[in-house]
Design a protein. Structure first.
Length: 560
């Protein structure tokens, strides 16, 4: 279902050429590797269990790139491409420092990476892994975490994301980029924003600056000892960015100072920017996107404070069935989630462009699953919609899940609004209408990837299982007003933190459940958007049996 194209990269490997590497050993951990590269890419062999090696790429005696990578010692798990074309030369030197202990890895001269480095004009991004989703967005290869900079313009949704192009674990933070016209089918684009002298490129946001006909990105420049806010400008609808020469635009003495979310506030005719700072949010305003005034802070006495606050968002939403509107502040936190690790909390209240005030004292979670984090919304979404995506993983085990060429996916898109129940206002989370276009024919056999609709009257239990005895169980308890997902009998040998049963309060009665099943995930929604629960699963064989008690089931396969 995903269109995995990389500019100048084909879907099959061909014309592989040995890199002819003859390393010069400069000690037990240091080597120089001089290469003449006649093709577009140098394919670097990765072995995940090894420690990182730091590579300085030298061209004409200049450092043109620096990266960390787990170079293969005695086994190759996969390859990643180093794009040589952008350096403008064919002769390069790799200045490599290995951080691992030689007592365990052996002599550097015998490392497999020297033999396995290859040259090629293409790089294979074909989907071979059984756990890669069929209809969720994933990176073509490499590690992905937080969604970044999402915006809509001229019929196209742009999704940037925290990306490691040189391995499937967190490292080398860069903004990857994908585009879509329907929120379902995504096309991989060239790298958007790369690390520079100020640091790695951490999370942030984009805004469509209509007055100046440009897209402006705000992101955290993460140095070794400090975090600063920087900006970059695009004049081609977000395909390429030029970094602002006056970076950084915001600095702080705080150690955790990151994840800027910018938006145009029509009520005050200014831009607002909200930042995660330690365990609170700081709010700024600006008339020109470059000069920012601190307005206020929020959060010291409210919500969960068991971890660092991250990835904020702030928006005005309609309350269903009323003429009322309220503001909602999204706050992602790690750790401190309701079932351990990372999760998304929210606050509802009022915002005057200067200060946000919250109307409730209790902690509220947007999604009660284990794998829903870094939730943010698209800027400039059509029809006034507030469309959210999350990173579908958890920091407790994100680096260990059983995939290799890629790691992590995004949740299905969700529309956010507000609803009232017993005098309180809550966040509504409804599967975006575009997901209806995925529905293929109705099937009798449980699809490996599809949508399961269950009409319920009272309590209901839906059990997905396979011949190995693995199962995931979705349960709605009408008397207790709770929804749960039990994956304790799902494959989990990669992490002790993975087995769990997650449970959510339901504010009202559920009449229909919508369950989105993919190769490695189960997302459960009340059809009326009053509760959501997102969990990964890794069955060793696909679930091929479904048992429903207390409801009528309709199953749709995915439409190609």
């Amino acid at each position: 279902m995903r269109k995995l194209l990389l500019t100048a990269m084909a879907a099959t490997m061909c014309c592989l050429v040995q890199a002819q590497s003859q390393p010069q050993l400069l000690g037990n951990n240091h080597a120089l590797n001089r290469l003449t590269v006649s093709q577009d890419y140098l394919l670097l062999p990765v072995q995940e269990r090894e420690d990182n090696a730091t590579i300085r790429v030298l061209a004409d005696n200049r450092e043109v790139q620096k990266l960390n990578i787990r170079l293969a010692v005695d086994k190759v798990d996969y390859f990643v491409p180093l794009d040589i074309r952008r350096f403008g030369v064919k002769d390069i030197t790799l200045d490599i420092f290995f951080h691992g202990d030689r007592r365990f890895t052996g002599a550097m001269k015998d490392f497999l990476c020297w033999k396995e480095m290859k040259q090629s004009n293409t790089f294979d991004t074909k989907n071979r892994e059984r756990f890669r989703p069929q209809y969720h967005h994933t990176p073509a290869y490499g590690w992905m975490n937080d969604p970044n900079g999402m915006f809509y313009k001229d019929g196209v949704y742009h999704l940037y994301y925290q990306w490691n192009p040189y391995g499937s674990m967190w490292e080398n933070m860069t903004w990857g980029h994908s585009t879509s016209r329907d929120l379902i089918h995504w096309e991989a684009q060239p790298t958007a924003i790369e690390p520079d002298a100020l640091g790695s490129i951490f999370s942030g946001s984009c805004v469509v600056d209509k007055k100046n006909n440009r897209v402006v990105a705000f992101y955290t420049s993460a140095g070794e000892k400090s975090q600063m806010q920087s900006m970059a400008i695009s004049h081609d609808n977000g395909m390429t960015f030029e970094k602002f020469k006056g970076n950084p635009v915001l600095v702080s003495k705080e150690q955790d100072f990151r994840d800027p979310k910018c938006f145009w506030n029509q009520e005050i005719q200014k831009w607002n920017l909200i930042l995660a700072v330690g365990q609170e949010m700081h709010i700024y305003s600006s008339s020109n996107l470059t000069d920012w005034t601190y307005e206020s802070s929020f959060g010291k006495e409210l919500g969960c404070h068991e971890g660092v606050w991250e990835c904020p968002d702030l928006m005005k939403l309609q309350v269903r069935g009323t003429d009322k509107q309220k503001w909602m502040l999204i706050c992602n936190i790690n750790p401190g989630g309701p079932y351990g690790g990372s999760a998304t909390q929210y606050f509802i209240g009022d915002f005057d462009g200067h200060q946000f005030t919250c109307e409730h004292q209790d902690t509220r979670w947007m999604d009660y699953g284990k794998d829903h984090y870094a939730t943010v919304t698209f800027d400039n979404a059509p029809d006034g919609r507030h469309i959210a995506l999350a990173w579908m993983s958890n920091w407790q085990y994100a680096n260990q899940v059983p995939t290799k060429q890629f790691r992590s996916a995004n949740s299905v898109p969700r529309d956010l609004d507000l609803f009232e129940h017993n005098g309180q206002t809550y966040c509504g989370v409804t599967p975006s209408k575009e997901l209806l276009t995925l529905r293929g024919k109705v099937v009798k056999k449980l699809p490996q990837a599809g949508e399961i609709v269950v009409d319920v009257k009272g309590s209901a239990t839906i059990t997905l299982s396979n011949a190995l005895g693995e199962q995931a169980v979705v349960s709605y308890d009408a008397a207790r007003h709770t929804l749960s997902v039990d994956r304790t009998r799902s494959y989990a040998s990669f992490s002790e933190a993975f087995p769990c049963k997650t449970e959510a309060p339901v504010h009202g009665d559920i009449h229909q459940l919508r369950i989105f099943l993919d190769n490695s995930s189960i997302e459960v929604f009340d059809a009326e958007g009053r509760v959501a629960m997102t969990n990964l699963v890794f069955p060793q064989e696909p679930y091929n049996n479904i048992k429903v008690a207390g409801g009528k089931v309709t199953m749709y396969e995915i439409k190609n």
